[in-house]
Design a protein around this ligand. Sequence first.
Ligand SMILES: NC(=O)c1ccc[n+]([C@@H]2O[C@H](COP(=O)([O-])OP(=O)(O)OC[C@H]3O[C@@H](n4cnc5c(N)ncnc54)[C@H](OP(=O)(O)O)[C@@H]3O)[C@@H](O)[C@H]2O)c1
Length: 216
Amino acid sequence: MKIFLLGATGDTGYEVLKKLISENHKVKILVRTPSKLNTADIPNLQKDQIEVIQGSVMEAEKLIDLFKDCDAIVSALGTGKNNSYTEIYSKGGRNIIAAMRSNQIKRLITITSALIDMSDTSTDNFFLNRIIRPNFNKIYSDQTRWETILDDTTDINWTCVRPTYLVNKEFTGRYRIKNQHCPPKGRKIGRSDLADFIVKVLYSNEYIHQKPVLAY
Ligand SMILES: NC(=O)c1ccc[n+]([C@@H]2O[C@H](COP(=O)([O-])OP(=O)(O)OC[C@H]3O[C@@H](n4cnc5c(N)ncnc54)[C@H](OP(=O)(O)O)[C@@H]3O)[C@@H](O)[C@H]2O)c1
């Protein structure tokens, strides 16, 4: 399969990239700054599987052209440490869906956050409500807009993964998954385990039109 990956210069995207090429897939990646891509721990022989394209998810016409030879799309887009107003999820997401429709691509894996679901009583506590949610509210607002767009999108087989707090930690392969709400007392998930789940669901029919939450 040839996968189109967005966000490969971010920590989660890079884990997804490594996982995909270790499973012999070809991966086309869109990066704003190619020099930021550190491929030091990717074996030289596998580097041929990666095609790097410079650009942004906001370039709608370009995406239509770039998606042409791809079978599925993974978006690990995010804003890094920047918590200011963003439209990369909603506007970027609309561009992704339009380009998928133009190319008859059906499978999409995307990421938001466990904390955007206010109906989840397991994340309803003082610390999350008073400290974390206000701090990241501009990000969560756009992730919510993006999920609303997804809710109205039935012709694309999307899965929207909602991680809990992300940490950089060794791969374990042992994590819990619960649809929509956080697994009981779940607090965090490692990016390599998140990448493991993303790549697993990419080829399966599981979690289509669902929002699985991941936690240890
Ligand atoms: N941190 C947490 O605890 C946590 C918890 C739950 C969910 N999440 C979500 O998980 C996702 C992954 O987070 P992360 O911390 O691993 O990654 P991240 O550091 O936020 O990386 C984001 C990636 O998106 C790229 N990007 C941003 N704007 C773009 C644009 N306009 N066009 C193309 N690429 C663009 C960045 O490229 P550049 O390198 O060019 O900036 C980078 O590669 C994010 O959506 C985040 O909100 C995070």
